[in-house]
Design a protein around this ligand. Sequence first.
Ligand code: PEP
Ligand code: MG
Length: 576
Amino acid sequence: MMQLKGIAAAGGISIGPAYMLGREELVVAREAISWADIPLQIQIFEEALIQTRREIIELQKRISADMGQEEAQIFDAHLLVLEDRMLIEEVISRLKKEQLNVAYIFSEVLKKYIGVFLKIEDEYLKERAADINDVGKRILRNLLGKKKKTLDEIDGKAIIVAHDISPSDTAAMHTKNVAAFITDMGGKTSHTAIMAKSLEIPAVVGLEDVTSRVNPGDIMIVDGSTGIVIISPDEETLNSYRQKVERLKGIADKFLSVKDLPAATSDGREILINANIEFPDEVPGVKLHGGHGIGLYRTEFFYMNRKDSPSEEEHYQAYKYVAEEMSPHPVVIRTLDIGGDKFLSQFKIPHEMQPFLGWRAIRFCLARPEIFKLQLRAILRASVHGNLKLMYPMISGIEELRQANQILAEAKEELRQKGLEFNDKIEVGVMVEVPSAAMTADILAKEADFFSIGTNDLIQYSLAVDRSNEKVAYLYDPAHPAVLRLVKSIIESAHQSGIKVAMCGEMAGESSLALILLGLGLDEFSVPPQLIPELKYVIRAVSFKAAQDMASLALKLSTGKEVEAFSKNRLAEILK
Ligand code: PEP
Ligand code: MG
Protein backbone atom coordinates (compact mmCIF):
# COMPACT_ATOMS: atom_id res chain seq x y z
CA MET A 1 0.00 0.00 0.00
CA MET A 2 1.30 3.47 -0.83
CA GLN A 3 -0.28 6.81 -0.03
CA LEU A 4 0.41 9.94 -2.08
CA LYS A 5 -0.80 13.47 -1.63
CA GLY A 6 -1.48 15.65 -4.62
CA ILE A 7 -3.60 18.69 -5.28
CA ALA A 8 -7.31 18.14 -4.70
CA ALA A 9 -8.81 19.27 -8.00
CA ALA A 10 -12.38 17.94 -8.05
CA GLY A 11 -14.20 16.49 -5.05
CA GLY A 12 -15.55 12.99 -4.41
CA ILE A 13 -14.08 9.55 -3.73
CA SER A 14 -13.62 6.76 -6.25
CA ILE A 15 -12.20 3.28 -5.90
CA GLY A 16 -11.20 1.24 -8.94
CA PRO A 17 -8.46 -0.30 -11.08
CA ALA A 18 -5.81 1.90 -12.64
CA TYR A 19 -5.93 2.50 -16.35
CA MET A 20 -2.74 3.98 -17.72
CA LEU A 21 -3.54 6.49 -20.39
CA GLY A 22 -1.00 7.51 -22.98
CA ARG A 23 1.61 4.98 -21.91
CA GLU A 24 0.90 2.89 -24.92
CA GLU A 25 4.14 3.10 -26.92
CA LEU A 26 3.69 1.98 -30.46
CA VAL A 27 6.65 -0.16 -31.43
CA VAL A 28 7.42 0.06 -35.09
CA ALA A 29 9.64 -2.49 -36.78
CA ARG A 30 12.24 -1.25 -39.29
CA GLU A 31 11.88 -3.15 -42.55
CA ALA A 32 13.66 -2.70 -45.84
CA ILE A 33 11.43 -2.41 -48.90
CA SER A 34 12.18 -2.67 -52.58
CA TRP A 35 11.96 0.23 -55.03
CA ALA A 36 8.86 -1.41 -56.55
CA ASP A 37 7.07 -1.31 -53.17
CA ILE A 38 7.30 2.46 -52.84
CA PRO A 39 3.99 3.32 -54.61
CA LEU A 40 2.17 0.81 -52.40
CA GLN A 41 3.74 2.28 -49.25
CA ILE A 42 2.69 5.79 -50.36
CA GLN A 43 -0.83 4.49 -50.89
CA ILE A 44 -0.84 2.93 -47.39
CA PHE A 45 0.29 6.27 -45.97
CA GLU A 46 -2.41 8.20 -47.84
CA GLU A 47 -5.09 5.77 -46.72
CA ALA A 48 -3.93 6.10 -43.10
CA LEU A 49 -4.21 9.90 -43.39
CA ILE A 50 -7.72 9.62 -44.83
CA GLN A 51 -8.78 7.11 -42.17
CA THR A 52 -7.36 9.35 -39.42
CA ARG A 53 -9.22 12.32 -40.83
CA ARG A 54 -12.42 10.31 -40.79
CA GLU A 55 -11.87 9.29 -37.16
CA ILE A 56 -11.19 12.85 -36.01
CA ILE A 57 -14.26 14.23 -37.79
CA GLU A 58 -16.34 11.45 -36.25
CA LEU A 59 -14.95 12.24 -32.78
CA GLN A 60 -15.55 15.93 -33.39
CA LYS A 61 -19.19 15.28 -34.30
CA ARG A 62 -19.74 13.16 -31.22
CA ILE A 63 -18.19 15.75 -28.94
CA SER A 64 -20.10 18.56 -30.57
CA ALA A 65 -23.35 16.68 -29.86
CA ASP A 66 -22.35 15.70 -26.31
CA MET A 67 -20.50 18.75 -25.09
CA GLY A 68 -21.07 21.56 -27.56
CA GLN A 69 -19.30 23.06 -30.51
CA GLU A 70 -16.72 24.89 -28.51
CA GLU A 71 -15.15 21.70 -27.13
CA ALA A 72 -15.32 20.10 -30.58
CA GLN A 73 -13.22 22.91 -32.05
CA ILE A 74 -10.25 21.56 -30.11
CA PHE A 75 -9.89 19.08 -32.96
CA ASP A 76 -9.54 21.71 -35.67
CA ALA A 77 -5.87 21.91 -34.73
CA HIS A 78 -5.61 18.13 -35.11
CA LEU A 79 -7.10 18.25 -38.59
CA LEU A 80 -4.55 20.89 -39.55
CA VAL A 81 -1.70 18.53 -38.63
CA LEU A 82 -3.08 16.07 -41.18
CA GLU A 83 -2.68 18.71 -43.85
CA ASP A 84 0.86 19.70 -42.90
CA ARG A 85 2.62 19.56 -46.28
CA MET A 86 6.09 19.67 -44.75
CA LEU A 87 5.45 16.61 -42.65
CA ILE A 88 3.84 14.66 -45.48
CA GLU A 89 6.54 15.57 -48.00
CA GLU A 90 9.33 14.68 -45.61
CA VAL A 91 7.81 11.22 -45.11
CA ILE A 92 7.51 10.62 -48.84
CA SER A 93 10.96 11.90 -49.71
CA ARG A 94 12.62 9.84 -46.95
CA LEU A 95 10.61 6.82 -48.01
CA LYS A 96 12.06 7.10 -51.50
CA LYS A 97 15.55 7.81 -50.28
CA GLU A 98 15.85 5.28 -47.44
CA GLN A 99 13.60 2.53 -48.82
CA LEU A 100 12.21 1.52 -45.43
CA ASN A 101 8.61 0.73 -44.48
CA VAL A 102 6.42 3.82 -44.26
CA ALA A 103 5.31 3.19 -40.68
CA TYR A 104 8.92 3.26 -39.53
CA ILE A 105 9.76 6.38 -41.58
CA PHE A 106 6.66 8.13 -40.25
CA SER A 107 7.48 7.27 -36.63
CA GLU A 108 10.99 8.71 -37.12
CA VAL A 109 9.71 11.93 -38.72
CA LEU A 110 7.12 12.24 -35.96
CA LYS A 111 9.76 11.92 -33.21
CA LYS A 112 11.92 14.55 -34.90
CA TYR A 113 9.03 16.99 -35.24
CA ILE A 114 7.92 16.61 -31.64
CA GLY A 115 11.50 16.94 -30.43
CA VAL A 116 11.97 20.21 -32.31
CA PHE A 117 8.76 21.73 -30.97
CA LEU A 118 9.43 20.66 -27.40
CA LYS A 119 12.87 22.24 -27.38
CA ILE A 120 11.51 25.70 -28.15
CA GLU A 121 10.64 27.76 -25.08
CA ASP A 122 7.24 28.79 -26.31
CA GLU A 123 3.96 27.60 -24.84
CA TYR A 124 2.19 27.90 -28.18
CA LEU A 125 4.65 25.58 -29.90
CA LYS A 126 4.61 23.20 -26.94
CA GLU A 127 0.84 22.93 -27.36
CA ARG A 128 1.39 22.16 -31.05
CA ALA A 129 3.75 19.34 -30.03
CA ALA A 130 0.92 17.78 -28.01
CA ASP A 131 -1.42 18.05 -30.99
CA ILE A 132 1.16 16.48 -33.31
CA ASN A 133 1.75 13.68 -30.81
CA ASP A 134 -1.96 13.00 -30.51
CA VAL A 135 -2.61 12.91 -34.25
CA GLY A 136 0.71 11.21 -35.02
CA LYS A 137 -0.20 8.27 -32.74
CA ARG A 138 -3.54 7.94 -34.51
CA ILE A 139 -1.86 7.88 -37.93
CA LEU A 140 0.66 5.31 -36.72
CA ARG A 141 -2.08 3.09 -35.35
CA ASN A 142 -3.81 3.23 -38.71
CA LEU A 143 -0.54 2.50 -40.53
CA LEU A 144 -0.02 -0.52 -38.32
CA GLY A 145 -3.66 -1.58 -38.56
CA LYS A 146 -4.03 -1.39 -34.78
CA LYS A 147 -7.08 -0.21 -32.93
CA LYS A 148 -6.69 2.43 -30.26
CA LYS A 149 -7.24 1.00 -26.83
CA THR A 150 -10.41 2.68 -25.76
CA LEU A 151 -11.90 3.36 -22.39
CA ASP A 152 -14.74 1.01 -23.43
CA GLU A 153 -12.41 -1.95 -22.98
CA ILE A 154 -12.35 -1.42 -19.26
CA ASP A 155 -14.61 -3.58 -17.15
CA GLY A 156 -16.32 -1.42 -14.61
CA LYS A 157 -15.19 2.09 -13.81
CA ALA A 158 -11.48 2.81 -13.96
CA ILE A 159 -9.14 5.36 -12.47
CA ILE A 160 -7.33 7.11 -15.30
CA VAL A 161 -3.63 7.66 -14.53
CA ALA A 162 -1.79 10.00 -16.87
CA HIS A 163 1.20 12.30 -17.01
CA ASP A 164 -1.10 15.02 -18.27
CA ILE A 165 -4.45 14.79 -19.95
CA SER A 166 -5.01 15.97 -23.50
CA PRO A 167 -8.24 17.64 -24.61
CA SER A 168 -9.23 14.60 -26.67
CA ASP A 169 -8.82 12.31 -23.66
CA THR A 170 -10.78 14.61 -21.37
CA ALA A 171 -13.53 14.88 -23.95
CA ALA A 172 -13.66 11.10 -24.30
CA MET A 173 -14.22 10.81 -20.55
CA HIS A 174 -17.49 12.62 -20.92
CA THR A 175 -19.48 9.48 -21.56
CA LYS A 176 -17.07 6.72 -20.64
CA ASN A 177 -16.24 4.49 -17.71
CA VAL A 178 -14.17 6.97 -15.82
CA ALA A 179 -14.34 6.82 -12.05
CA ALA A 180 -11.64 9.43 -11.39
CA PHE A 181 -8.44 10.72 -12.85
CA ILE A 182 -5.05 11.56 -11.49
CA THR A 183 -2.10 13.24 -13.18
CA ASP A 184 1.57 14.03 -12.61
CA MET A 185 1.08 17.56 -13.84
CA GLY A 186 -1.31 20.40 -13.22
CA GLY A 187 -2.56 22.78 -10.59
CA LYS A 188 -5.94 23.45 -9.05
CA THR A 189 -6.88 25.89 -11.77
CA SER A 190 -5.56 23.92 -14.74
CA HIS A 191 -7.91 23.29 -17.61
CA THR A 192 -7.96 19.62 -16.64
CA ALA A 193 -9.06 20.41 -13.08
CA ILE A 194 -11.79 22.76 -14.26
CA MET A 195 -13.08 20.18 -16.75
CA ALA A 196 -13.10 17.51 -14.03
CA LYS A 197 -15.33 19.68 -11.89
CA SER A 198 -17.76 20.28 -14.71
CA LEU A 199 -17.83 16.54 -15.50
CA GLU A 200 -18.23 15.79 -11.75
CA ILE A 201 -15.35 13.31 -11.82
CA PRO A 202 -13.10 13.23 -8.72
CA ALA A 203 -9.60 14.32 -9.69
CA VAL A 204 -6.20 14.78 -8.07
CA VAL A 205 -3.52 16.60 -10.05
CA GLY A 206 0.10 17.67 -9.50
CA LEU A 207 1.17 14.25 -8.14
CA GLU A 208 4.53 14.70 -9.90
CA ASP A 209 5.49 11.07 -10.52
CA VAL A 210 2.40 8.98 -9.94
CA THR A 211 2.66 7.44 -13.43
CA SER A 212 5.91 5.75 -12.43
CA ARG A 213 4.45 4.38 -9.19
CA VAL A 214 1.30 2.76 -10.54
CA ASN A 215 0.92 -0.39 -12.63
CA PRO A 216 -2.04 -1.08 -14.90
CA GLY A 217 -4.83 -2.74 -12.97
CA ASP A 218 -3.59 -1.70 -9.49
CA ILE A 219 -6.53 -1.02 -7.23
CA MET A 220 -6.57 2.61 -6.19
CA ILE A 221 -8.48 5.00 -4.01
CA VAL A 222 -8.76 8.60 -5.18
CA ASP A 223 -10.07 11.18 -2.75
CA GLY A 224 -10.58 14.30 -4.84
CA SER A 225 -11.55 16.36 -1.80
CA THR A 226 -8.35 15.80 0.18
CA GLY A 227 -5.94 15.11 -2.70
CA ILE A 228 -5.10 11.69 -1.24
CA VAL A 229 -4.36 8.82 -3.60
CA ILE A 230 -3.80 5.31 -2.25
CA ILE A 231 -2.21 2.65 -4.44
CA SER A 232 -2.99 -1.01 -3.63
CA PRO A 233 -4.80 -0.27 -0.36
CA ASP A 234 -5.06 -3.00 2.27
CA GLU A 235 -8.45 -4.46 3.13
CA GLU A 236 -8.88 -2.25 6.20
CA THR A 237 -8.24 0.98 4.26
CA LEU A 238 -10.53 -0.16 1.46
CA ASN A 239 -13.31 -0.85 3.93
CA SER A 240 -12.93 2.47 5.64
CA TYR A 241 -13.08 4.32 2.30
CA ARG A 242 -16.07 2.23 1.16
CA GLN A 243 -17.83 3.32 4.32
CA LYS A 244 -16.80 6.89 3.67
CA VAL A 245 -18.28 6.70 0.14
CA GLU A 246 -21.58 5.43 1.60
CA ARG A 247 -21.52 8.14 4.25
CA LEU A 248 -20.83 10.81 1.65
CA LYS A 249 -23.66 9.56 -0.52
CA GLY A 250 -26.05 9.76 2.42
CA ILE A 251 -24.83 13.27 3.18
CA ALA A 252 -25.11 14.34 -0.48
CA ASP A 253 -28.72 13.14 -0.58
CA LYS A 254 -29.43 15.09 2.58
CA PHE A 255 -27.94 18.24 1.02
CA LEU A 256 -29.84 17.72 -2.23
CA SER A 257 -33.12 17.67 -0.35
CA VAL A 258 -32.87 21.44 0.21
CA LYS A 259 -31.51 22.43 -3.20
CA ASP A 260 -34.68 24.21 -4.30
CA LEU A 261 -35.30 26.00 -1.01
CA PRO A 262 -33.97 29.50 -0.33
CA ALA A 263 -30.58 29.85 1.36
CA ALA A 264 -32.02 31.58 4.40
CA THR A 265 -30.73 31.41 7.96
CA SER A 266 -33.09 30.30 10.72
CA ASP A 267 -33.58 33.96 11.73
CA GLY A 268 -34.44 35.05 8.20
CA ARG A 269 -31.31 36.45 6.53
CA GLU A 270 -31.45 35.40 2.88
CA ILE A 271 -28.26 34.81 0.97
CA LEU A 272 -27.91 34.14 -2.75
CA ILE A 273 -26.03 31.05 -3.83
CA ASN A 274 -24.88 31.34 -7.41
CA ALA A 275 -22.76 29.13 -9.61
CA ASN A 276 -19.35 29.46 -11.25
CA ILE A 277 -19.27 28.24 -14.84
CA GLU A 278 -16.75 28.09 -17.63
CA PHE A 279 -18.93 26.84 -20.49
CA PRO A 280 -22.52 27.65 -21.51
CA ASP A 281 -23.43 23.95 -21.48
CA GLU A 282 -23.02 23.92 -17.70
CA VAL A 283 -26.28 25.85 -17.32
CA PRO A 284 -28.50 22.74 -16.95
CA GLY A 285 -26.18 21.53 -14.14
CA VAL A 286 -26.59 24.88 -12.37
CA LYS A 287 -30.37 24.48 -12.39
CA LEU A 288 -30.15 20.84 -11.37
CA HIS A 289 -28.18 21.81 -8.27
CA GLY A 290 -30.54 24.65 -7.34
CA GLY A 291 -28.28 27.57 -8.27
CA HIS A 292 -29.99 30.94 -8.01
CA GLY A 293 -28.02 32.55 -10.82
CA ILE A 294 -24.48 32.60 -12.20
CA GLY A 295 -22.05 34.58 -10.10
CA LEU A 296 -18.98 34.00 -12.24
CA TYR A 297 -18.88 33.09 -15.90
CA ARG A 298 -15.17 32.74 -16.71
CA THR A 299 -15.13 33.72 -20.36
CA GLU A 300 -11.48 33.01 -21.15
CA PHE A 301 -12.29 29.33 -21.73
CA PHE A 302 -14.12 30.52 -24.80
CA TYR A 303 -10.78 31.50 -26.32
CA MET A 304 -8.97 28.27 -25.44
CA ASN A 305 -8.00 25.40 -27.71
CA ARG A 306 -8.55 27.32 -30.88
CA LYS A 307 -6.30 29.13 -33.29
CA ASP A 308 -8.44 32.22 -33.77
CA SER A 309 -10.37 34.38 -31.34
CA PRO A 310 -14.13 34.12 -31.04
CA SER A 311 -16.01 36.69 -33.11
CA GLU A 312 -18.37 39.23 -31.56
CA GLU A 313 -21.28 37.12 -32.87
CA GLU A 314 -19.94 33.96 -31.19
CA HIS A 315 -19.55 35.81 -27.88
CA TYR A 316 -23.02 37.26 -28.28
CA GLN A 317 -24.68 33.91 -29.01
CA ALA A 318 -23.05 32.27 -25.98
CA TYR A 319 -23.98 35.09 -23.59
CA LYS A 320 -27.49 35.36 -25.02
CA TYR A 321 -28.04 31.64 -24.47
CA VAL A 322 -26.87 31.80 -20.84
CA ALA A 323 -28.84 35.01 -20.17
CA GLU A 324 -32.05 33.56 -21.62
CA GLU A 325 -31.68 30.22 -19.88
CA MET A 326 -31.09 31.80 -16.48
CA SER A 327 -33.55 34.70 -16.85
CA PRO A 328 -34.81 36.37 -14.66
CA HIS A 329 -31.89 35.37 -12.45
CA PRO A 330 -28.57 37.18 -12.71
CA VAL A 331 -25.61 36.10 -14.80
CA VAL A 332 -22.32 37.82 -14.04
CA ILE A 333 -19.99 37.73 -17.00
CA ARG A 334 -16.37 38.21 -16.07
CA THR A 335 -14.45 39.86 -18.88
CA LEU A 336 -11.40 38.15 -20.32
CA ASP A 337 -8.91 37.08 -17.65
CA ILE A 338 -5.84 35.68 -19.33
CA GLY A 339 -2.24 35.57 -18.29
CA GLY A 340 -1.04 34.00 -15.06
CA ASP A 341 -1.66 30.28 -15.49
CA LYS A 342 -4.24 30.76 -18.20
CA PHE A 343 -2.57 30.82 -21.50
CA LEU A 344 -4.13 31.65 -24.84
CA SER A 345 -2.01 30.70 -27.79
CA GLN A 346 -3.60 33.07 -30.29
CA PHE A 347 -2.49 36.21 -28.44
CA LYS A 348 1.16 35.13 -28.36
CA ILE A 349 1.79 36.72 -24.97
CA PRO A 350 5.53 36.65 -24.30
CA HIS A 351 6.90 34.54 -21.48
CA GLU A 352 7.22 36.45 -18.24
CA MET A 353 9.26 35.79 -15.11
CA GLN A 354 6.26 36.44 -12.88
CA PRO A 355 3.17 35.78 -14.98
CA PHE A 356 0.78 36.22 -12.04
CA LEU A 357 2.22 39.68 -11.44
CA GLY A 358 2.46 40.48 -15.10
CA TRP A 359 0.41 41.24 -18.15
CA ARG A 360 -2.82 39.69 -16.96
CA ALA A 361 -6.58 40.16 -17.10
CA ILE A 362 -7.67 43.82 -17.10
CA ARG A 363 -4.08 44.93 -17.77
CA PHE A 364 -4.08 42.96 -21.01
CA CYS A 365 -7.57 44.20 -21.92
CA LEU A 366 -6.70 47.86 -21.33
CA ALA A 367 -3.62 47.45 -23.49
CA ARG A 368 -5.59 45.71 -26.25
CA PRO A 369 -8.83 47.72 -26.30
CA GLU A 370 -9.96 46.25 -29.64
CA ILE A 371 -10.10 42.75 -28.10
CA PHE A 372 -11.74 44.09 -24.92
CA LYS A 373 -14.30 46.22 -26.72
CA LEU A 374 -15.39 43.36 -28.96
CA GLN A 375 -16.27 41.34 -25.87
CA LEU A 376 -17.96 44.30 -24.17
CA ARG A 377 -20.14 44.94 -27.23
CA ALA A 378 -21.23 41.30 -27.23
CA ILE A 379 -22.06 41.42 -23.50
CA LEU A 380 -24.02 44.64 -23.97
CA ARG A 381 -25.97 43.25 -26.94
CA ALA A 382 -26.80 40.09 -24.97
CA SER A 383 -27.88 42.17 -21.97
CA VAL A 384 -31.36 42.69 -23.42
CA HIS A 385 -32.01 38.94 -23.25
CA GLY A 386 -31.86 38.52 -19.50
CA ASN A 387 -30.34 39.81 -16.30
CA LEU A 388 -26.71 40.22 -17.34
CA LYS A 389 -24.08 41.99 -15.29
CA LEU A 390 -20.42 42.34 -16.05
CA MET A 391 -17.34 42.49 -13.91
CA TYR A 392 -13.68 43.23 -14.42
CA PRO A 393 -10.92 40.94 -13.11
CA MET A 394 -7.69 42.03 -11.39
CA ILE A 395 -8.61 45.65 -10.78
CA SER A 396 -5.81 47.08 -8.66
CA GLY A 397 -7.14 50.61 -8.16
CA ILE A 398 -9.74 53.14 -9.19
CA GLU A 399 -7.87 54.30 -12.30
CA GLU A 400 -8.16 50.90 -13.93
CA LEU A 401 -11.88 50.81 -13.17
CA ARG A 402 -12.31 54.23 -14.76
CA GLN A 403 -10.30 53.27 -17.84
CA ALA A 404 -12.31 50.08 -18.28
CA ASN A 405 -15.54 52.03 -17.88
CA GLN A 406 -14.33 54.50 -20.49
CA ILE A 407 -13.92 51.66 -23.00
CA LEU A 408 -17.35 50.36 -21.96
CA ALA A 409 -18.80 53.82 -22.72
CA GLU A 410 -17.16 53.71 -26.17
CA ALA A 411 -18.61 50.24 -26.79
CA LYS A 412 -22.06 51.56 -25.86
CA GLU A 413 -21.63 54.53 -28.19
CA GLU A 414 -20.67 52.23 -31.08
CA LEU A 415 -23.82 50.17 -30.53
CA ARG A 416 -25.93 53.31 -30.35
CA GLN A 417 -24.49 54.48 -33.68
CA LYS A 418 -25.47 51.17 -35.23
CA GLY A 419 -28.92 51.34 -33.68
CA LEU A 420 -28.37 48.14 -31.70
CA GLU A 421 -30.22 47.57 -28.44
CA PHE A 422 -28.53 47.06 -25.07
CA ASN A 423 -29.19 47.63 -21.40
CA ASP A 424 -27.64 51.02 -20.73
CA LYS A 425 -27.96 50.42 -16.99
CA ILE A 426 -26.08 47.11 -16.97
CA GLU A 427 -24.45 46.68 -13.57
CA VAL A 428 -20.68 46.80 -13.56
CA GLY A 429 -18.85 45.05 -10.75
CA VAL A 430 -15.26 44.84 -9.62
CA MET A 431 -13.50 41.64 -8.69
CA VAL A 432 -11.62 42.34 -5.51
CA GLU A 433 -8.65 40.01 -5.78
CA VAL A 434 -5.62 42.26 -5.55
CA PRO A 435 -4.61 43.47 -2.06
CA SER A 436 -4.43 47.09 -3.22
CA ALA A 437 -8.06 46.87 -4.35
CA ALA A 438 -9.02 45.30 -1.03
CA MET A 439 -7.30 48.11 0.85
CA THR A 440 -8.95 50.80 -1.26
CA ALA A 441 -12.32 49.07 -1.40
CA ASP A 442 -13.98 52.18 0.07
CA ILE A 443 -12.80 54.21 -2.93
CA LEU A 444 -13.77 51.54 -5.46
CA ALA A 445 -17.17 50.99 -3.85
CA LYS A 446 -18.20 54.54 -4.74
CA GLU A 447 -17.87 53.77 -8.46
CA ALA A 448 -18.77 50.09 -8.64
CA ASP A 449 -22.24 48.52 -8.67
CA PHE A 450 -21.08 45.44 -6.77
CA PHE A 451 -18.01 43.56 -5.60
CA SER A 452 -17.05 39.94 -6.04
CA ILE A 453 -14.15 38.77 -3.94
CA GLY A 454 -11.78 36.54 -5.91
CA THR A 455 -10.07 34.71 -3.10
CA ASN A 456 -8.09 32.40 -5.38
CA ASP A 457 -6.00 35.39 -6.33
CA LEU A 458 -6.48 37.49 -3.22
CA ILE A 459 -4.93 34.71 -1.15
CA GLN A 460 -2.00 34.19 -3.50
CA TYR A 461 -1.23 37.91 -3.60
CA SER A 462 -1.74 38.69 0.08
CA LEU A 463 0.14 35.63 1.38
CA ALA A 464 2.72 35.73 -1.46
CA VAL A 465 2.01 32.13 -2.46
CA ASP A 466 1.84 31.13 -6.13
CA ARG A 467 -1.53 29.41 -6.38
CA SER A 468 -0.32 26.86 -8.91
CA ASN A 469 2.94 25.86 -7.25
CA GLU A 470 2.62 22.60 -5.34
CA LYS A 471 5.85 23.32 -3.40
CA VAL A 472 4.32 26.23 -1.51
CA ALA A 473 0.76 24.91 -1.43
CA TYR A 474 1.08 24.34 2.35
CA LEU A 475 1.15 28.14 2.79
CA TYR A 476 -1.92 28.73 0.68
CA ASP A 477 -4.43 29.19 3.48
CA PRO A 478 -7.93 30.66 3.08
CA ALA A 479 -8.34 30.57 6.87
CA HIS A 480 -5.29 32.79 7.47
CA PRO A 481 -6.17 35.73 9.76
CA ALA A 482 -4.84 38.12 7.09
CA VAL A 483 -7.41 36.80 4.62
CA LEU A 484 -10.28 37.07 7.12
CA ARG A 485 -9.32 40.64 7.97
CA LEU A 486 -9.15 41.63 4.32
CA VAL A 487 -12.52 40.04 3.59
CA LYS A 488 -14.07 41.76 6.60
CA SER A 489 -12.82 45.15 5.54
CA ILE A 490 -13.94 44.68 1.91
CA ILE A 491 -17.46 43.80 3.07
CA GLU A 492 -17.61 46.77 5.44
CA SER A 493 -16.46 49.22 2.77
CA ALA A 494 -19.00 47.89 0.29
CA HIS A 495 -21.86 48.04 2.76
CA GLN A 496 -20.96 51.57 3.76
CA SER A 497 -21.48 52.55 0.13
CA GLY A 498 -24.66 50.50 -0.10
CA ILE A 499 -23.38 47.91 -2.58
CA LYS A 500 -23.51 44.10 -2.32
CA VAL A 501 -20.55 41.79 -1.97
CA ALA A 502 -20.26 38.31 -3.44
CA MET A 503 -17.39 35.85 -3.21
CA CYS A 504 -16.55 33.70 -6.23
CA GLY A 505 -13.19 32.21 -5.21
CA GLU A 506 -12.97 28.58 -4.09
CA MET A 507 -13.01 29.70 -0.43
CA ALA A 508 -16.75 30.43 -0.77
CA GLY A 509 -17.36 26.72 -1.32
CA GLU A 510 -15.70 25.59 1.91
CA SER A 511 -18.68 25.09 4.20
CA SER A 512 -16.91 25.67 7.48
CA LEU A 513 -15.40 28.97 6.30
CA ALA A 514 -18.69 29.87 4.62
CA LEU A 515 -20.20 30.15 8.10
CA ILE A 516 -17.62 32.80 9.00
CA LEU A 517 -18.21 34.59 5.70
CA LEU A 518 -21.93 34.57 6.38
CA GLY A 519 -21.25 36.08 9.79
CA LEU A 520 -19.02 38.75 8.26
CA GLY A 521 -22.01 39.87 6.20
CA LEU A 522 -21.23 38.39 2.77
CA ASP A 523 -24.34 38.77 0.59
CA GLU A 524 -23.74 36.20 -2.11
CA PHE A 525 -21.70 33.05 -2.63
CA SER A 526 -20.69 31.78 -6.05
CA VAL A 527 -19.37 28.22 -6.17
CA PRO A 528 -19.01 25.25 -8.56
CA PRO A 529 -22.58 23.96 -9.18
CA GLN A 530 -22.21 20.68 -7.28
CA LEU A 531 -21.34 22.53 -4.05
CA ILE A 532 -24.56 24.57 -4.03
CA PRO A 533 -26.81 22.09 -2.14
CA GLU A 534 -24.28 21.67 0.69
CA LEU A 535 -23.87 25.40 1.11
CA LYS A 536 -27.62 25.92 1.19
CA TYR A 537 -28.01 23.21 3.76
CA VAL A 538 -25.34 24.71 6.01
CA ILE A 539 -26.74 28.25 5.78
CA ARG A 540 -30.26 27.00 6.52
CA ALA A 541 -28.95 25.18 9.58
CA VAL A 542 -27.67 28.29 11.43
CA SER A 543 -28.94 31.62 12.60
CA PHE A 544 -27.29 34.79 11.33
CA LYS A 545 -26.66 35.73 14.95
CA ALA A 546 -24.73 32.47 15.54
CA ALA A 547 -22.69 33.03 12.37
CA GLN A 548 -21.88 36.60 13.48
CA ASP A 549 -20.70 35.33 16.87
CA MET A 550 -18.63 32.71 15.12
CA ALA A 551 -17.03 35.34 12.85
CA SER A 552 -16.07 37.57 15.73
CA LEU A 553 -14.53 34.65 17.62
CA ALA A 554 -12.64 33.54 14.50
CA LEU A 555 -11.22 37.04 14.08
CA LYS A 556 -9.64 36.80 17.51
CA LEU A 557 -7.62 33.70 16.59
CA SER A 558 -3.95 33.98 15.61
CA THR A 559 -3.39 31.29 12.99
CA GLY A 560 -5.13 29.71 10.03
CA LYS A 561 -4.91 26.32 11.70
CA GLU A 562 -6.79 27.62 14.73
CA VAL A 563 -9.45 29.20 12.51
CA GLU A 564 -9.79 25.99 10.53
CA ALA A 565 -10.10 23.77 13.60
CA PHE A 566 -12.58 26.16 15.21
CA SER A 567 -14.79 26.49 12.14
CA LYS A 568 -14.73 22.75 11.39
CA ASN A 569 -15.80 22.00 14.96
CA ARG A 570 -18.65 24.43 14.75
CA LEU A 571 -19.74 23.02 11.38
CA ALA A 572 -19.72 19.48 12.79
CA GLU A 573 -21.91 20.63 15.70
CA ILE A 574 -24.32 22.37 13.32
CA LEU A 575 -24.60 19.37 11.03
CA LYS A 576 -25.04 16.90 13.89
C1 PEP B 1 -10.38 34.20 -8.06
O1 PEP B 1 -9.28 34.67 -8.30
O2 PEP B 1 -10.77 33.90 -6.91
C2 PEP B 1 -11.32 33.91 -9.16
C3 PEP B 1 -12.56 33.55 -8.91
O3 PEP B 1 -10.88 34.01 -10.43
P1 PEP B 1 -9.89 32.96 -11.14
O4 PEP B 1 -9.85 31.73 -10.28
O5 PEP B 1 -10.46 32.70 -12.47
O6 PEP B 1 -8.60 33.70 -11.16
MG1 MG C 1 -8.84 35.58 -10.17
